[in-house]
Ligand binder design. Structure first.
Ligand code: DX5
Length: 236
């Protein structure tokens, strides 16, 4: 008997990845904090790089990330919330970030910048602010390994999830599937036990959590397991 569509859909479902933001971590103990995240079973660690211009906040330079790099083996991704990322993205690759996420709104020549990320030997990803339409990535899906659909306006952790972004996740997923691209979809902002199922059901398979993960009273390992289980249940 031929398996039903559901079998193929599940068979094609991209693995769920739980990726913490270190924004809520104790910056005075970042080496220990990334070790705790690795022990908790995260798939990657996201560094929210902010320049105070693209977003109204200032966070990590490459030296801070480099200082944490040798404390763990888990891959790092740099979420470059900066203007003109092409000027400094090589520094984050050299600091040990395997993936570099460039905002579509942050560079005049997005196509060239993403190709340059690949030339640096890093995995390129492109991010969309809430007001930016999915169509902004239509002509770069062949250059990236991941599309990040922001589910908050970038700049700060602990903000409320924007549920209307689920429609954009579905739109991006349809574009990826229609083009036969091997591309993950990440969501970032307000991801918690209450929101992760909607995001995963919409098509996101890489889920960033910062404040909600750190708020689990049972600890990081429990939180990673709980979030992963909820996302996997949502995609059946
Ligand atoms: C926004 C940041 C946050 C952070 C996660 O610029 O990118 O989205 O990573 O924040 P939480 O999970 O606390 O909403």
């Amino acid at each position: 008997m031929r398996p039903g569509f559901g079998y193929y859909a599940r068979a094609m479902a991209r693995p769920i990845q739980i990726v913490p933001s270190v924004l809520p971590a104790d910056f005075a103990r970042l080496g220990e904090e990334v070790q705790a995240l690795e022990k908790a079973g995260v798939d990657r660690i996201q560094w929210d790089v902010m320049d105070g211009v693209f977003v109204p906040n200032l966070t990590f330079g490459p030296d801070v990330i480099a200082a944490a790099r040798n404390h763990v083996d888990v891959p790092f991704e740099a979420h470059l919330m900066v203007v003109e990322p092409e000027r400094l993205m090589h520094l984050y690759a050299e600091a040990g970030c395997q993936m570099l996420i460039v905002h579509a709104e942050s560079t005049t020549h997005l196509h060239r910048t993403l190709a340059q990320v690949r030339e640096l030997g890093a995995q390129p990803a492109v991010a969309l602010n809430p007001a930016t339409p999915a169509s902004a990535v239509a002509h770069v899906l062949d250059l990236v390994d991941m599309v990040l659909v922001m589910t908050v306006n970038p700049g700060f952790g602990g903000q409320a999830y924007i549920p209307t972004m689920e429609a954009k996740v579905r739109e991006v997923k349809a574009m990826i599937d229609a083009g036969g691209h091997d591309v993950d979809i990440e969501v970032d902002g307000g991801i918690s036990a209450a929101t992760i199922e909607g995001a995963a059901a919409a098509g996101a398979n890489v889920l960033i959590s910062g404040s909600a993960l750190y708020k689990y009273e049972q600890g990081l390992e429990y939180g990673v397991t709980d979030l992963r289980g909820r996302a996997e249940a949502a995609i059946g």
